[in-house]
Design a protein around this ligand. Structure first.
Ligand SMILES: Cc1cc2nc3c(=O)[nH]c(=O)nc-3n(C[C@H](O)[C@H](O)[C@H](O)COP(=O)(O)OP(=O)(O)OC[C@H]3O[C@@H](n4cnc5c(N)ncnc54)[C@H](O)[C@@H]3O)c2cc1C
Length: 500
């Protein structure tokens, strides 16, 4: 076996990334300290952008079954006109993180990822000549060293990889969110009305109670403070939850038992570098913030689909110059904007009496469609757009609604049947989507091993031909004056030189 890529952390980022590598025949070793899939994963909201990225690999269909959707997309507590985003786009779905992780684990195993539970990364060293990284892994069987091509830290907020690489995790603590998350047993008729759904206190603090089944409720309390949290992150008791719920809803919580409960605290941080030599960071290891609007998992999955094909291109020897570095450029921007929008959302909520004027001002701004669309795309991981610009080509995506973005969920008719555009990407290659309806249209055969041509009938919502990167990002289209010359420039920029 050629040297693998070692991915540390089997959360959403690591699981998705390991599969993105394995589907492209890059051997991936995925390690996690947990003895098996964890039951205590906190997230429950999966937004439009995440669903689209999962659809690109055929992973979302099962997750939608039996779930409820959130009726609104909000910026802090202000409703955004999500319907103004170029559609069709989906609402945020209530999907437990544990359910998503199960789907991702099954996929990773099916693709042959070497998934090692109960294994901790304890250290690593990059070779002086930059040719690889040697990692040290500890498990019940003892300590072993393993040499790999690349090391990717998907090991969460307290990332050992980030620390070992000496990468700063920058941000500020003007507000710390702390609370309790978990699942409790209930009798439905005993739960107060105020304890269902999301509620806010005068101070902006929040409580969410979401029934998972007739007798289990997911609870989530969030209290804002400028002081460090009173408790360490870790197990919480039913009594502590009861106190928090009473503070936040004014009513006693009549839960009969705790299935699991944890204290958590959240600050805002973005790593200064997402790449250092052969070491990369993804997911919470790269950026962490209050998980508004499902942006925690959205940014984690976004990192994984952005990085996977680029590492594979490098391993298979066709990566154009700078492709791997574009991971930092594109995803650091996404991480920065996630941290920024979430800090701004918190500032609109806390401290609530002072934030009132900003909220009123913001409500006025939201009467402008462009503001709505920008924010709605950003907070649902439909944005930010990847900055696409080619040397010597006069146009960038600052003026274009398609370039640098994933396509809306338009359905198309191909010879293989009806499908959503996201499904055209399931092979993991780039796609030249030919919607001209002309079966004899010219192909760029020099990239046939890296870019698949998918022909479908024309649709009014989209230009005649589009080039999609393997992560779904539109890299070129002919809708606005670009032709074959610019297509070849785009193909070279993302897929390297053509074969002879
Ligand atoms: C209370 C709360 C509610 C949230 N709700 C939502 C929500 O509704 N929607 C949403 O999108 N996001 C939500 N989030 C955020 C979301 O859970 C995270 O953004 C997401 O889990 C990040 O995924 P990740 O893969 O980057 O890291 P993690 O999920 O943190 O996974 C990291 C993994 O690395 C492993 N690990 C760490 N160190 C090592 C080591 N040295 N060796 C081996 N393994 C290691 C850990 O065991 C862990 O499994 C919430 C977060 C909290 C705290």
């Amino acid at each position: 076996m050629s040297e693998p890529v070692v991915v540390v952390g089997a959360g959403p980022a690591g699981l998705m990334l390991a599969s993105e590598l394995a589907m492209r025949e890059v051997p991936a070793v995925l390690v996690d300290v947990h003895p098996a899939q964890r039951a205590e994963a906190p997230a429950m909201a999966i937004n439009a952008g995440t669903l689209e990225m999962l659809d690109q690999r055929g992973l979302a269909a099962g997750l939608r079954e039996g779930t409820v959707t959130f009726p609104e997309v909000r910026f802090a507590d202000l409703r955004l006109a999500f319907e103004k985003v170029q559609g069709p786009r989906e609402p945020t779905h209530m999907v437990l993180q544990s359910r998503l992780e199960k789907v991702l684990i099954d996929r990773a195993v099916e693709l042959g990822v070497d998934l090692r539970w109960a294994t901790r990364l304890t250290g690593f060293e990059e070779a002086a000549d930059g040719s690889g990284v040697t990692v040290t892994l500890a498990s019940d069987a003892g300590e072993e060293t393993l040499r790999c091509r690349y090391l990717v830290g998907c090991d969460g907020r307290d990332s050992v990889v980030r620390e070992g690489a000496g990468i700063d995790y920058v941000g500020d603590d003007w507000v710390i969110v702390r609370g309790i998350v978990g699942d409790v047993a209930i009798n439905r008729e005993d739960v107060a009305r105020e304890q269902y759904g999301l509620s806010y206190t005068e101070n902006g603090d929040q409580f969410l109670g979401a029934p998972l089944s007739p007798d289990v409720m997911r609870v989530f309390s969030a209290e804002f403070s400028t002081e460090p949290p009173e408790f360490e992150d870790g197990p919480a008791t039913l009594e502590q939850l009861g106190d928090a719920v009473e503070r936040l809803t004014g009513k006693e919580l009549k839960a009969t038992e705790a299935h699991w409960l944890r204290h958590y605290s959240i600050v805002t941080r973005n790593a200064e570098q997402y790449r250092k030599g052969r070491v990369f960071l993804a997911g919470d290891a790269a950026h962490v913030h209050y998980p508004y609007n499902g942006q925690g998992i959205g940014t984690a999955i976004g990192d994984a689909v952005n990085l996977g094909w680029k590492i594979a291109a490098e391993v298979h020897g066709w990566a154009p110059e700078g492709l791997l570095d574009s991971y930092h450029d594109e995803r650091h921007l996404a991480g920065r904007l996630a941290c920024m929008n979430i800090q701004a959302q918190l500032a609109l909520l806390y401290p609530r009496p002072l934030a009132r004027y900003m909220r009123e001002m913001m409500a006025e701004f939201l009467k402008f469609d462009e503001v709505n669309v920008f924010l709605a795309e950003l907070v649902t991981n439909l944005g930010p757009a990847v900055p696409i610009a080619y040397d010597g080509v006069p146009k960038s995506n600052e003026e274009d609604r398609l370039l640098g973005r994933r396509l809306p969920q338009v359905r198309i008719k191909t010879a293989a049947g009806d499908m959503g555009v996201a499904e055209t990407l399931q092979s993991g290659r780039g796609v030249l989507l030919d919607l001209s309806g002309d079966a004899s249209a010219q192909e760029e055969s020099g990239w046939a091993d890296r870019v698949e041509v998918v022909r479908a009938q024309p649709v009014p919502e989209l230009p005649r031909t589009l080039l999609l990167r393997p992560d779904g990002c539109v890299a070129w289209h002919d809708g606005d004056g670009w032709g074959q010359d610019e297509l070849r420039i785009a193909l070279r920029a993302w897929f390297g030189a053509p074969t002879a």
